[in-house]
Design a protein around this ligand. Structure first.
Ligand code: ADP
Ligand code: MG
Length: 694
């Protein structure tokens, strides 16, 4: 039903609701939930008031009422008293109404913000209610809903109160038209209240308990339908895309594992490899995300998966976001394989034309088993004989589009293994990547010396320089990272320059060499400076955050982060991950100003306290909320109305489990009790073919 027909709306307000909140229908207004509630069960005595209190309600009697002032200063002041004291109620507008309706000698509930002025409390334009309260149709109002509105709406009396009235009208007149969206058996299993009851209680809670029931029901529903869609997509994909079954663990995997692997796999690595193994045997396409902190050993997991592809007569490729990373991966693979066993090649934007022609040939005739590279891999010219597996490292930089392009490189789309070193909290992973399978390498290889992290204040800078010199004297290398944030770019660059000047003064040539890398430099210069550091020709690398994710300089053992209070937690953790890659004890020093906000302090303390990326990501989620965390374009998924991924982990897990079970028991949703869900998906996906979903 259109809002224009609702009692109390009319054409003008209908237009306003449309313009300001984008609402046209009863349903939309009904879904405009309060963002908070005021406890109207709590009454304050006048003697209990303090100026800091937000909105309060006081029961009292009007002792007197007088009009004072002239013209625009004209106002009515009433003396309002309870047994503990006297305060003022003040009106500047609607004086005539107040004159006629606020009666001396009557008792009211006055509601509003208490102000302290001239040694007494007052409330301006209080809400007045007769005392004792009347019983309303929507129950006795105990928690008053407060709604978001806009200035324009307020001018047409669509303030929070106004909206409350309209929503009350919908509920009183039309609530029985609301249809249940979840099957009864799910409501029963999770003890959820009905949709109808939830809507009534979310707007007009009978008490706090009922409000909690309403919230739980609406959160569950919201998360449930997201999971339903995600897991439905996953199911469609696995039906549509056959994957090459990797049935054999053959010579290549075995030889590598038994004869070449220089260390024992961690249990986490073994588990993930097993998950991949099971997944690639099924005959449908694998889409798996592997999360593992920096240094958890993802490369070898990737390699063993690629060898598995090779053992089954398929080629594999591995894609990295930058040239430097692609080269490092290539080198790691060649090292691990000692140049034997399979044929590994590299293709990047810098590969010469002549080499390219050769590569293309070797790919097409199957001579190359594993190809490592950058975006250059997804160009249409690059054709494989029989591509069976694609590994994508640091996936945040690859869009869905690019992934899809890779799938077209074979008649049967290759299995996809996405690797990320940015640990994502579980709830986010379930939502953002809910249509992928997720593996977690949550264990570092044994014997790794944990990075020692210290927080120093500006006043301790000399100590920091002393420490740098000491480490450089031992032959180590040092990163010094400065923030460079778009909004304050000019200022940041000044800081960077001042920092470099101070460093060159403390660390003079020829004993010390400094590399400098920042975003404003041409790419070739960056590469050159980077290379000098990688080769150990410079001891200090001063950089802004452009410093590459995943770059591996094992000899660099000190990470100094300037203005550390300005970085987010996950960024700090990523930066710290640049060190701790060699055999030496590594250090991370967080430099900050003396004045820290509570939030910055907690971030720095967290860094000092733990090296565990998953733990850090959970704290980050609590501090920042889900919206900011991922930096992915997919954050649309995260615009949740009710649920909060930082807080509602249990409900999310329940919702997801419910959907998983649902598809296990009734994959096509043809069971009559699931008809609501089938209809939901049909409606949502109307006109969307399998092609579009993929
Ligand atoms: P990341 O997960 O950051 O990509 P890498 O795969 O680069 O980590 O591994 C980091 C280092 O740890 C490499 O030098 C690698 O050879 C080593 N490594 C990997 N797995 C193990 C293991 N199980 N035991 C010991 N060292 C390992
Ligand atoms: Mg890596």
């Amino acid at each position: 039903m259109l809002l224009v027909y609702l009692k109390g709306v009319g054409p003008k307000r209908a237009e306003l609701l449309q313009k300001e909140l984008g609402m046209n229908t009863y349903g939309q207004l009904l879904n405009h939930y309060p963002f908070r509630y005021i406890d109207r069960t709590r009454f304050y005595k006048i003697s209990e008031l303090t100026p800091e209190l937000p909105l309060v309600q006081v029961v009292g009697k009007i002792l007197s009422k007088e009009t004072i002032g002239e013209k625009h200063k004209k106002r009515i002041v009433a003396k309002f008293a309870d047994e503990t004291g006297i305060m003022d109620l003040v009106w500047f507008q609607s004086l005539k109404w107040v004159e006629e309706n606020v009666l001396r000698g009557s008792t009211y509930i006055a509601f509003g913000k208490p102000n302290w002025f001239n040694n007494s409390f007052s409330i301006s334009h209080p809400d007045l209610e007769a005392y004792p309260r009347k019983q309303g149709v929507t129950g006795n109002l105990t928690l008053q809903p407060i709604y978001h509105t806009t200035e324009k709406m307020k001018k047409s009396f669509l303030d929070s109160k106004g909206l409350q009235k309209l929503i009350q009208n919908i509920i009183e007149l039309h609530i029985n038209e609301v249809k249940e969206t979840l099957p009864l058996y799910i409501l029963e299993k999770y003890k959820l209240i009905s949709k109808k009851e939830a809507l009534i209680q979310i707007h007009f809670p009978a008490n706090t308990q009922m409000l909690q029931h309403a919230e739980r029901r609406l959160k569950f529903e919201e998360l449930f339908f997201i999971q339903l869609q995600l897991l439905h997509n996953k199911q469609l994909r696995s039906l549509k895309f056959k994957g090459a079954p990797f049935n054999t663990v053959g010579d290549k995997v075995n030889t590598f594992y038994n004869k070449m692997l220089p260390f024992a796999l961690t249990n986490a690595q073994k588990r993930v490899i097993k998950e991949i193994r099971i997944d690639t045997q099924r005959g449908s396409q694998m889409n798996r995300l592997v999360q593992g902190d920096v240094g958890s050993g993802k490369t070898v997991v990737a390699l063993m998966s690629m060898l598995l592809a090779n053992d089954n007569g398929h080629q594999a490729c591995m894609m990295a976001p930058t040239e430097i990373l692609a080269r490092q991966h290539f080198q790691s693979l060649v090292d691990l394989l000692k140049g034997e066993l399979v044929n590994v090649a590299i293709l990047t934007g810098n590969t010469s034309k002549k080499q390219r022609i050769l590569l293309h040939q070797q790919l097409e005739n199957g001579e190359i088993d594993i190809l490592v590279g950058t975006h250059a891999l997804i160009e249409d010219k690059v054709k494989f004989k029989n591509l069976g597996l694609v590994v994508i490292d640091e996936q945040h930089r690859f869009g869905v589009e690019q992934r899809a392009k890779l799938w077209r490189k074979n008649v049967i789309p290759p299995h996809i293994l996405v690797m990320t070193a940015t640990p994502i909290p579980r709830t986010l992973a379930m939502t953002l990547y809910g249509d992928l399978d997720v593996s977690v390498i949550d264990e570092l290889p044994v014997g790794r010396i944990p990075i020692e992290t210290k927080h120093l204040f500006e006043g301790q800078r000399l100590r920091m320089f002393g420490f740098m010199k000491q480490e450089i004297a031992k032959g180590r290398q040092v990163y010094v990272v400065y923030p460079l944030i778009k909004e304050s770019e000019t200022l940041d660059l000044l800081h960077l320059e001042a920092g470099i000047e101070q460093l060159s003064h403390e660390f003079p040539l020829p004993n010390y060499q400094i590399s400098i890398v920042h975003g404003q430099m041409p790419n070739t210069d960056k590469q050159y400076e980077m290379q000098r550091f990688i080769e150990g020709k410079t001891q200090i690398m001063v950089a802004t955050t452009v410093i590459e994710v995943g770059v591996n300089v094992p000899n660099a053992s000190v990470m100094i982060i300037e203005n550390a209070e300005r970085f987010g937690l996950s960024q700090l953790h990523q930066l710290r991950g640049r060190v701790g890659r060699g055999a030496e004890q590594s250090f991370c020093i967080l430099m900050s100003g003396n004045k820290l906000s509570a939030n910055s302090k907690l971030r720095l303390e967290t860094m000092v306290k733990t090296n565990n990326g998953f733990e850090i990501s959970e704290i980050d989620l609590q501090l920042r909320g889900p919206g900011d965390i991922t930096g992915t374009q997919q954050s649309g998924v995260l615009e949740l109305k009710m649920a909060n991924l930082a807080k509602d982990q249990i409900i999310l897990q329940e919702a997801r489990n419910t959907v998983i079970q649902l598809f296990e028991q009734d994959p096509t949703l043809s069971n009559p009790e699931n008809i609501l869900l089938k209809n939901y998906l049909d409606k949502k996906n109307r006109g969307i073919t399998f092609d579009k979903i993929s």
